[in-house]
Design a protein around this ligand. Structure first.
Ligand SMILES: [Ca+2]
Ligand SMILES: [Ca+2]
Length: 503
């Protein structure tokens, strides 16, 4: 009797750590490319229509202050998946491939570590950042037991195309179009010709819905990669129609917002982006850009719903951890820019929620956490061997008590350029004498740079935050050789990733 009672207690205590192999939970990780906090449950924009993510949030811990390791896909995802921060590996930009890092060559990535420790890993859609190598394409295909290339599209209604780069408004080429330069993916939107059934993310979601009907003899780790709301914003018309232009609101911004970010000589360091200048010429165009992003968010939400409905109707519903996140934030006019790649809050903060099988209610966590924390957290949740070398820290204690004390977190943009985010203050240094400090409690839009303000509050905040700046950081690793004529998947990578050898 006594013995049984003790056994029962141990079982209760280990409900979330699942140290017994046959009780290890399954994992569904949903990565949504360029999704910011414009999700109902996160409150970033009350106009956002996201019923499926909101439903998942009803039984999750919602991290309101989750940050990215680096504010673009490549460094953010490489850090999350390798477990090492950009300043540890030198993977600071999209052109750097994590596989060129010696550290990553020696250590298993997150899915490989699960594969190595008894899980079946399954992936489709964008999880790893894509690279061309000298032998083909690196999609991160090598990191999974089961991997399938995504496909789909559905053509465009070109008579409704808007493209800044091509100077096209509502399908018409504009004469002497302005603001057509500037890098990155085309700043464009249009409805697709076909319905959602023909689109890539929807097909990816359906593939997972089928995978969730199958039987597995091991616990599984599914990585679902959704590519919208990444530019260009091409989704079916039905999603655009959900946001009426007459009532649509655009984000708040100040036209002189960048004037207080200066170098040591007092010279301004930032200027409005081409995307911003283009839409800001015409209020309707600005609204159409916001409408297009929201339409893409709602489309992504519907894809999340396909996976979640399948999971909830499967035999895995009671024993699966669900983690959903955007890979970094996204500006839509704030700080006079669109897109990402800044150290401002709009780009460093992202939506993240975690649902453990036993969770039945929505809880908010305001502590500053980071995607770098997911690798050690998943090890912790699934009872895998600890890996102290990882840069992140398990946030499982916050899943149990979202109010417990925590600490600031760091986002890294390049050698010496860091954001240190706390709940009430945000410090930024570019490593060249340009710095910013924002009082988030009184200035959540980060409009007033307090770096030169003389007050005790500012002095104390700076002292507290600058202590978290990494003491050591590496230079960017060189960009490796590519052969852009290669169109096939690089099959030479997997044989080099011997799971028995990888740490
Ligand atoms: Ca991204
Ligand atoms: Ca300002």
């Amino acid at each position: 009797m006594k013995k049984q009672l003790i056994g029962g207690m141990i079982l209760a205590l280990s409900a979330t750590s699942c140290s017994q192999k046959n009780e290890q939970p399954n994992i569904v990780l949903i990565a949504i490319d360029d999704l910011n906090d414009w999700v109902g449950a996160f409150g970033g924009n009350p106009q956002a229509i996201t019923p499926n993510m909101d439903k998942l949030a009803e039984q999750s811990v919602i991290f309101q202050n989750a940050n990215c390791p680096g504010p673009v896909s490549g460094p953010s995802r490489s850090a999350l998946l390798s477990g090492f921060m950009p300043y540890t590996t030198g993977i600071y930009g999209n052109a750097n491939n994590m596989l060129d890092s010696k550290l990553v060559q020696e250590h298993a990535t997150l899915p490989e570590y699960f594969s190595k420790n008894g899980y079946l890993t399954i992936s489709k859609g964008k999880i790893f950042h894509k690279h061309t190598t000298k032998n083909g394409f690196d999609h991160g295909h090598w990191a999974y037991d089961i991997w399938e290339q995504e496909k789909g599209g559905g053509g465009l209604q070109t008579d409704k195309l808007y493209s800044r780069n091509k100077g096209i408004i509502n399908g018409e080429k504009v004469e002497n179009a302005k603001y057509t330069t500037g890098g990155g993916t085309e700043f464009a939107w249009a409805p697709t010709e076909g319905g959602k059934e023909e689109t890539k993310d929807y097909m990816t979601a359906q593939w997972f819905a089928e995978k969730l009907q199958e039987d597995y003899d091991k616990p599984f780790f599914m990585s679902v990669g959704l590519s919208k709301p990444h530019l260009p914003w091409y989704v079916p018309q039905e999603y655009f129609d959900m946001y009426g232009l007459d009532t649509l609101k655009i984000p708040e911004f100040l036209l002189d917002d960048l004037d207080d970010i200066v170098n040591e000589d007092g010279k301004k360091t930032f200027k409005p982006s081409e995307d911003f200048l283009w839409v800001n010429e015409d209020e309707e165009l600005f609204k159409r850009a916001v409408q297009a992003y929201l339409a893409n968010v709602t489309y992504a939400d519907e894809c999340v719903g396909v996976v979640m409905d399948a999971l909830n109707n499967s035999k895995y519903a009671e024993n699966t951890i669900v983690i959903l996140f955007g890979d970094h934030g996204w500006h839509l006019g704030e700080k006079l820019k669109f897109r990402k790649a800044s150290l401002w809050k709009e780009a460093t903060q992202l939506p993240m929620m975690i649902k453990l099988p036993e969770m039945t209610e929505k809880q908010y966590c305001y502590r500053t956490v980071n995607l770098i924390d997911l690798y050690p957290s998943l090890i912790d949740l699934c009872g895998l061997p600890e890996k102290p070398i990882l840069d992140g820290e398990s946030i499982v204690p916050l899943l149990k008590n979202p109010k417990m004390k925590w600490h600031p977190t760091v986002t890294s943009k390049g050698p010496g350029a860091f954001s240190v985010m706390a709940e009430e203050w945000h410090y930024i240094t570019y490593g060249n004498g340009v710095e910013e400090l924002y009082d988030l409690k009184n200035d959540p839009m980060e409009w007033t740079n307090l770096i030169r303000t003389k007050s005790d509050d500012v002095k104390n905040a700076l002292e507290y935050l600058t202590a978290y700046i990494p003491k050591n950081y590496v230079e960017a690793i060189p960009i490796s050789e590519k052969d852009k004529s290669m169109k096939e998947i690089d099959l030479t990578i997997k044989p080099k990733r011997d799971l028995d050898r990888l740490k």
